[in-house]
Design a protein around this ligand. Structure first.
Ligand code: AMP
Ligand code: ZN
Length: 463
């Protein structure tokens, strides 16, 4: 079945063809580790995880790289402003030293990896930190410089975008409009508003500075991704992803750097995720209205209920966050879980021809249409003509993409007190003391436990 992905570069769904048969190089722009990642950021990583899982489902061997930005991401896209990590040191009242900065970056990186585990996001093959790849970045700039794309201003070494003929291609940018806009205005020596810094030298008090042919300084943020992705995936690779706000500047500039250095087309498929939105617009740290996975856990949500919530919208449509919407997803996820737990406890076999596998594959191979794939899953769960064993085997296969780990779904252990009440009720029922049995059932219900009498005996589940 043809596997199609929507490519931002062509604005079309295209049949995916890897550079090397059976293999995929996948680069995902990672976090700037200066604060908690919110559930909006994590929506993008869940989408990327689904992409990776669907690639693997189609039997591709995936080499997955995610970067960690621990230097060089400034508060303004115009290569001015404060390093976000420096801002974080001040926010947390920490000493303004290199050690404190690296420690802070590690703290938020660890938290991010824990979020991955909680959400069942598969870890990449390579995590690469910007501060550990400065020589590769300098080498890449040297190639760009050799190809005569650079000039110097007070800010540092600048890329001359007018010399790169395809500058507008990813963002379908209107360069005239950019001229009128704010881009580049903070650096009056800049020749064109879309020009951007490769190496920044005008912040002598920056905590992390490295020697370079252009003076002591630090790399521009876009350069980090270009240099690190090429180190691990080569001068040309298959897929590059990120949030949609990266199309116009960050990814445009990454392409410009890579292709100016090598003279070759760099990445074949660009995939961009729509945002998680709140009434004010994009959920973002700067707007202040954001929630983390820890916030969700504190409020009693299973992180996987959030993963399930993300499956209610296609990755290229905005998803509106509200507690009510999350509650609906939570109920649906619990229902999903309970149905599968019950199925597993009664694995009778009744084979019958069915189209679920085909329908599921068609949905995920159609530009990762997970909402449709989930409707196939629900139709399968509700199917009356197929045995539980056949259904469960299919669900195990679909779970390679969905990532819920349904094999691990089990009834939640109940405390000794509750077990004692369940046993007492069972004894009352056997003794035909139905009044007492009903009283205990009501008491358990108040505690959030629902009992079901089945031919196999009494079963309980959380309400
Ligand atoms: P940042 O740490 O801000 O660079 O963001 C990390 C990733 O999360 C990037 O790919 C962003 O595009 C993405 N992102 C940020 N905010 C949102 C949001 N509200 N919804 C979805 N993705 C987001
Ligand atoms: Zn990037």
């Amino acid at each position: 079945m043809a596997f199609k992905l929507y490519n931002t570069l062509t604005r079309k769904k295209e049949v995916f063809k890897p550079i090397e048969k059976g293999k995929v190089g996948l680069y995902c722009c990672g976090p700037t580790v200066y604060w908690h990642q919110h559930i909006g950021n994590l929506r993008t990583y869940i989408f990327e995880d689904v992409l990776k899982r669907v690639l693997m489902y189609n039997r591709f061997k995936v080499m997955h790289v995610i970067n960690v930005t621990d230097v060089g991401h400034l508060t303004s896209d115009a290569d001015v402003g404060e390093d976000k990590l420096l801002k974080a040191l001040k926010r947390e009242g920490l000493p303004l030293t290199k050690e404190a900065m690296l420690k802070l970056a590690d703290k938020y990186f660890d938290e991010f990896k824990q979020d991955f585990e909680k959400l069942h996001i598969l870890m990449p093959d390579v995590w690469c930190k910007a501060t550990e790849h400065i020589p590769e970045m300098i080498e890449l700039i040297e190639k760009i410089e050799k190809n005569t794309y650079t000039y110097t201003t007070n800010v540092g070494l600048i890329f001359d975008t007018s010399k790169f003929k395809d500058y507008a291609k990813l963002g379908r940018l209107n360069l005239e409009e950019i001229k009128e806009g704010a881009r580049g205005k903070e650096d009056p020596e800049r020749k064109h508003p879309s020009d951007f810094a490769l190496w920044i030298t005008n912040q002598p008090n920056h905590i992390m500075l490295w020697d370079s042919p252009w003076g002591k300084g630090f790399p521009g943020w876009h350069l980090e991704c270009a240099a690190m992705s090429m180190k691990y995936l080569g001068d040309q690779f298959d897929i590059h992803c990120g949030g949609k706000e990266h199309i116009q500047v960050h990814h445009t500039n990454e392409i410009t750097e890579a292709e100016a250095a090598t003279g070759k087309k760099w990445v074949n498929y660009w995939l961009h995720a729509e945002w998680l939105v709140v009434p004010k617009g994009k959920m973002s740290k700067s707007k202040g209205e954001f929630f983390t996975i820890s916030d969700l856990i504190e409020k009693g949500y299973d992180p996987l209920a959030y993963r399930y919530f993300c499956y209610t919208a296609h990755y290229r449509t905005p998803l509106t966050f509200s507690w009510e919407a999350l509650d609906s997803a939570k109920i649906a996820y619990e229902n999903f879980k309970n149905r599968i737990i019950e199925m597993k406890e009664d694995l009778v076999s009744k084979p019958k021809d069915n189209k679920y596998q085909e329908q599921f594959t068609a949905a995920v191979n159609d530009d990762l249409n997970i909402p449709v794939a989930m409707s196939v899953v629900w139709n399968l769960i509700k199917e009356k003509d197929l045995g539980n064993k056949e259904k469960y085997d299919l669900l195990l296969d679909f779970d390679k993409v969905l990532g819920f780990d349904i094999r691990g779904f089990k009834r939640v252990e109940i405390s000794e007190d509750i077990q004692k009440l369940v046993d007492e009720r069972e004894a009352a029922r056997k003794a035909k003391d139905f009044k007492k049995a009903d009283e205990i059932r009501d008491k358990l219900k108040e505690m959030g436990i629902v009992l079901e009498d089945t031919p196999q005996g009494v079963r309980w589940k959380r309400a």
